[in-house]
Ligand binder design. Structure first.
Ligand code: URA
Length: 188
């Protein structure tokens, strides 16, 4: 737990990029640090910035519903974080240099959780963690094995709020995530 406290304190005191000057809270992460599965979004929105917890606004409510379909819950059996820990003004995409300043915190979180499965929520996370040319519409729901961790992506819940036509595909991704969890846990 010592490592977590040091990491969280470093993150909360971070001034490496311009996002520090407009934040109310650093949004570090939430969940079970021993979880088998970790979800990564792009960055805090307004509600997250005000409350200091990832995915607590409208997209977060949908994410919680999605997780519950496959028996996951932020309080018990998964860990949730973002590529950048401070809110980009007006919810714009985080810039490359902001992501580069912040990615070390996420890499350390991943090293501490050591998830068996890592799911990118949306294009920004997938392009940072899987492939800079990742195309979410074409490549969501596919798995790659990297350093003993299965990594995949699904639509960002905000995209599912904007476009309900994407929801059936996102549902298929959820089922695939549940299958992958069963598979990795059957192997131990
Ligand atoms: N969108 C994200 O990518 N992350 C959050 O924490 C909230 C909304």
């Amino acid at each position: 737990m010592g490592d977590w406290q040091t990491l969280k304190a470093a993150c909360e005191n971070c001034n490496r990029c311009r996002l520090a000057s407009t934040r109310h809270h650093v949004v570090f992460g939430v969940g079970n640090p021993d979880a088998d599965i970790m979800f990564v979004g792009e960055g805090p929105g307004e509600q997250e910035d005000l409350r200091g917890e990832p995915f607590v606004g409208p997209a977060g409510l949908l994410l919680d519903d999605m997780l519950s379909i496959i028996d996951l819950n932020r309080k018990t059996n998964c860990y949730i974080a973002n590529i950048v820990k401070c809110r980009p003004p007006k919810n714009r995409d985080p810039e490359d240099d902001e992501q580069d300043c912040c990615i070390g915190f996420l890499q350390e979180q991943i090293s501490l959780v050591r998830p068996k499965i890592l799911v990118c929520l949306g294009r920004i996370a997938a392009q940072k963690l899987i492939d800079p040319y990742f195309r979410i519409t074409r490549e969501h729901g596919k798995w790659i094995l990297r350093d003993n961790t299965w990594i995949g992506a699904t639509y960002h819940p905000s995209a599912l709020l904007r476009d309900v036509n994407k929801r059936p595909e996102a549902f298929d991704d959820l089922i695939s995530i549940r299958e992958k969890l069963r598979e990795v846990n059957a192997r131990v």
